[in-house]
Unconditional design. Structure first.
Lengths: 344, 344, 344, 344
């Protein structure tokens, strides 16, 4: 039973905790909060032991004043855990890494941190094996994870590929009302954007650049992708569709027949089939828009920012703990367990 | 054990089914689908028996061709149920009512239907007792339900009130991408709008008019409300807050302190505390904006369109079946049971 | 010929300058810029003499380095002008007022400043006569101006009125892409909002309160208004329509027949009829939504934030200079002159 | 003096009429309206003779009943004109073409019609000379026009180029409130989209494909473009910038320094510099996002849908009339004349 600590029980931390909790080979040994805020109630209900993100006595005691049991500071949690998933807000990476190294605990960071922090970036389908028994890793961002899921199988099928991607990004998170633009398109003026090239941290063989624009929506990102295949590839539009339908965590669906013309309907599908928080761990590819012309492959995919990396964290735990050397094994165990708390 | 049929297993039907399923005194005896579509999978997973909305043999047989067990047509379902919750899309009310009457089954319609259909409109806090043992009722719309929750306790506290409300409505459902406006405000040019006066179908003593505008958001409606109290009222801003905090299914929360300035953060709160589908059954009132000046009370409340009526349907079942004569009893049973499948 | 200085040649200043320039009894004697930025080109094209907002030699000389003729600092401009229109960005009121007083020049501020700054607030239809020959005044905000245009004639027609207004506000200016919310409704949590009561600075006899919400649109504000008339009023829906159709700077139009269901179409109407910058100086009232029920009058009006106050500034110049004692005289002169540079 | 008829005096027709009117070598001989609607007033003010789109006596007479002088039906207008600019709503192309051919009049259609209608597509910088003295032509769409302006000079500079473009399209026109999506991204599921390849109707040498998504904004389209240059090109990022700065009707501007991060600020720039209707005839390229890496050139450009083709229509008139054989001559005459009614 792998003992997992969740450092930071917020938007990502809550999701990772529930995904860990659903697995048979691991358990949530504790979650951290900065103080006795509203979010503690969910931890209590889930029976996850609460720890304080700090070791400061005063801050630890503040929890009991609000009626919560705090089991101690972060150091105590790191002592009893086998591995820690860092779900802190940005900019805490360096400080936390020091702490984890001192405690000698295995650690996983999220895509908000840079590759250099751990020197090892991870996504299940790209490089699970190279992460086996490593001490630390970074699960890559939602966008990099999404790109990897469709590009890695293409690379595996026909080798050398060159990718150009325009990321049409949601401009604000669903619960963020302070950011615009309300009625405009905002190009990311740093060209190429950092999004595409980040794929090369998990699959250096893929050549990729990207441009990005932010648009007034809060739901999902959309990638508009052109892949240049080797001239002697032997793929067809149909075989690409087949490839992706067999790929874990990719949904290939006809948008016209299923009345899913936009990201709004993709998200609603997710709620309708009973997914917790309305999340979509899979990336969504519109089937009828996949088009291979000569050696150029065109397609659109939609990415659910706050959730597609959740199952990747679970696989990464197994990689670092060295318990499952085959990525597909881990993926199927992870996803079967998660499906227990989802509708379908 | 009350045997409940759900006629129409779509956006509302799915939610009502799960709420029924969570109660100890009732069970889902069957749900209907028009055909073997994607949504059947959720029913299978939940182990709700599937029936066909039609009695046509061919349509019934179509289910097994897709691998689903169909237990028969709607007539068969109505035979074995004690009560049916009509969650059909709009405009089916009259036809369905005929069918229910022929089957001699108790029936509950949703707020999309008019009051005249059953002659009895229902919301838990307004008129539970007058619905006891009735044959049929209409659970009022999301807006009417929301207005009743804050206005009925005001009426109970000080009698004669006159209400003016501007409804700022989401222009499209979260999963509807075909409707605008993208960057405009659309007044409802029929004045007064039908929304406010519908409260009088459950509480005729409340005088109320309303204006409505649609705005480019998909999350929640907001009501901007002015209540004229009797001159000799003995309420204060503080006592109104206390009144509403004690009222079931009303959340009164300080938006500034809790960083909930808009409906986006209200919805995110709902997801963060683990509510299924991200729903919010309660209406949300911003505490610091409640303001009683002389005999005029001003406040804002936010309404989650697809979910605030779900628990009302459960209470209405008990009213029609005559099992719980006190509305607060039913409400507390309903809400405790629902909380089992929600985070907090 | 009234010599008018425009202090601040930005969004408002440019519009006021062109409106002044179109009049026969006044001229633009100079406009100020903080430095030789892009906006100077428009002043050059219009042949408005450019001055510097500061008296600093270095800053004045900076203009010629960029090829612009700068005629001196603000003090020099104030010396040669009869009156200054302050179109500075917010928070400059106090400092500028000191300067104007020292120069002994008449001055007009905009609605971003508070009433207390000059102690005299102005809008053409409400209190032109009380501003005759005054030294300084504040032209009230776009919202207050819009409310005055429909409320003052109502007050004149039947005396004592009590007004409740919900302002549905555009959340960002058309050229501001940094603000949200993208997909939410944001209530203004200070209740009542400051908007409505500001009407009482120009017409103290009108009792008014307001609530406000911000919504994701950049075009116009909409007011949802309920006016309680005296019980013995002798108005009808038709007579109110007639009243407003005769009122200057109010457009009463049937939205359904003219296909103007939302603020988007109102703004497009403005562009289509050739209005400069697509501005709409008039406020727009949807005719079919005007509804008088017993003694309550309901209606919606739309306000073009950056332009409805432009002609008011012209009238205010005449009031302070004492040249036109009748407001309707000034309004008709102003509007006829402005129409020369507009399509219709 | 070229006598120009404008068939259809709506959104495009009004703009073309004013642009024609501003030229010294052509005049508006008449504009057509379907009936005596509101838009006639603008024609009267501009002193453009009004004709009826139909030859039906009854419809012609209807104008005088509303107080407008109608000079006859379309046939009469075609008799007295040298050339007609077809600005009718879509789907009228075939019928109108027949009429123009019968009248033996030269004719120009807009980009809503297909290339096949006239067999000759036109944009000033791509193929002015090939349209000299032709009988009919189609001025290409806003997107094709915009792409041509940056791609043609690239082709001229280094030959063989291959272009991939993602069009991020405004989902609705500024005056259209009926269309969504409000909070979603909608990929155009036909891949490749028709937009890019349309460039080949004016410049067959350019290889181009495109993908398109619609997003909730009403202002401008944005193109995200990757151009593969010949390996032996001798361009640099700087020389590309220089190339485009010298190209007519292209604005290359640093978005960061000039505070123009999004399309909202681009449009506001247009209003602020006094452009009629807030139009922007030029396409806007963000300078700092132009990036040439090896032989791939990346850039973003913004397109003002309803106006970038207006000056192209003027040049096309001269091409068909055979009066100016050099495109740059025509362009400079056109733009100088138009600038008379614009601020800068």
């Amino acid at each position: 039973m792998i003992k997992v600590a969740i450092n930071g029980y917020g938007t990502i931390g809550k999701r990772v905790a529930d995904a860990v909790d659903a697995q048979d080979d691991m358990e949530v040994i504790g979650v951290t909060k900065t103080g006795p805020s509203f979010g503690c109630q969910l931890a209590v209900k889930k029976q996850y032991p609460i720890f304080c993100t700090s070791d400061d006595e005063e801050r630890i005691n503040a929890f009991s004043e609000q009626g919560y049991v705090c089991h101690g500071g972060i150091s105590k949690l790191l002592e009893i855990a086998d591995i820690v998933i860092d779900c802190s807000p940005g900019k805490m990476g360096k400080i936390n890494l020091e702490r984890y190294k001192k405690s000698g605990i295995k650690h996983i960071f999220q895509g908000g941190e840079k590759h250099d922090l751990t020197g090892l970036s991870y996504t299940s389908c790209a490089n699970h094996e190279s992460a086996l028994n490593a001490n630390g890793a970074r699960v890559v961002s939602c966008n990099t994870t999404g790109l990897s899921r469709t590009l890695v199988p293409l690379y595996d099928a026909c080798g050398d590929i060159t990718v150009e991607c325009t990321m049409i990004r949601r401009a604000a998170d669903p619960g963020d009302s302070s950011k615009g633009p309300i009625n405009a398109i905002k190009p990311v003026l740093k060209v190429p954007s950092h999004h595409g090239p980040d794929v090369m941290t998990v699959k250096p063989e893929i050549k990729i650049n990207s441009l990005a624009v932010a648009v007034p929506t809060t739901l999902m990102h959309v990638h508009s992708i052109v892949v240049e295949l080797p001239v002697n590839h032997n793929l067809s539009t149909e075989s690409v569709i087949k490839l992706w339908k067999e790929q874990p965590r990719v949904i290939v669906m006809n948008g016209t027949e299923n009345r899913i013309p936009t990201t709004a309907e993709v998200m609603e599908l997710s709620r309708d089939i009973g997914r917790k928080w309305g999340d979509l761990h899979e990336i969504f590819v519109w089937e009828e828009a996949i088009s291979l012309i000569d050696n150029k492959l065109y397609y659109f995919q939609a990415i659910h920012q706050e959730s597609d990396v959740i199952p990747e964290n679970i696989d990464c735990i197994r990689a670092l703990m060295g318990t499952n050397s085959d990525w597909k094994d881990s993926v199927s165990i992870t996803d079967a367990a998660i499906s227990k708390y989802n509708g379908i």
